[in-house]
Design a protein around this ligand. Structure first.
Ligand SMILES: [Zn+2]
Length: 159
């Protein structure tokens, strides 16, 4: 039976075939198979796929396919100031003297922070040069650098 695109008929068919308590939230292929026994419409495969993908009950019940996450490990306590630093960017700021971002370098032991004006288009090499020019010249090179995982920098910082 052809299902027209009116009055949410297609959605109601999907709700009946996928969300029905007796049918029990089958996967994309099985739901599609169940619906195709009785109904059809153009683009039915994509419609069913998108619906099942967005089903919150299925997402909650889905078994993870990856190994369990490991235990979080605390970073070692630095033995001297500026031996271990963390860095992050404050980006997309209004332009000030041509700078549109701030590189924040924090000493993990003393919590002393240094704010280096920079650009949104900074690369790892220019970041390294900025740090060398601004703060690191006053201190020894840190042995441990901590950065957030979601950073716009494409490559790791040179040591
Ligand atoms: Zn579901």
């Amino acid at each position: 039976m052809y299902v027209p695109e009116t009055d949410d008929l297609r959605l109601r068919v999907l709700r009946y075939k996928h969300d029905h308590p007796l049918l029990g939230h089958f996967g994309q292929n099985h739901t599609l198979e169940l619906i195709r026994h009785e109904y059809t419409w153009p683009g039915i495969r994509t419609y069913v796929k998108d619906y099942v993908k967005s089903c919150t009950a299925c997402a909650r019940a889905k078994t993870p396919c990856h190994r369990p996450y490991g235990m979080l490990k605390q970073l070692p306590v630095p033995d001297r100031p500026w031996n271990s630093i963390s860095m992050d960017f404050i980006e997309q700021l209004p332009s000030s003297s041509g700078f549109t971002a701030i590189l924040v370098v924090i000493d993990r032991l003393s919590k002393q922070a240094i704010f280096i004006p920079t650009h949104d288009t900074i690369t790892s090499t220019t970041s390294y040069r900025s740090r060398r020019r601004t703060r690191v010249r006053d201190h020894r090179d840190p042995q441990l650098k901590v950065r957030p995982t979601s950073t716009s920098m494409p490559t790791p910082l040179p040591s």
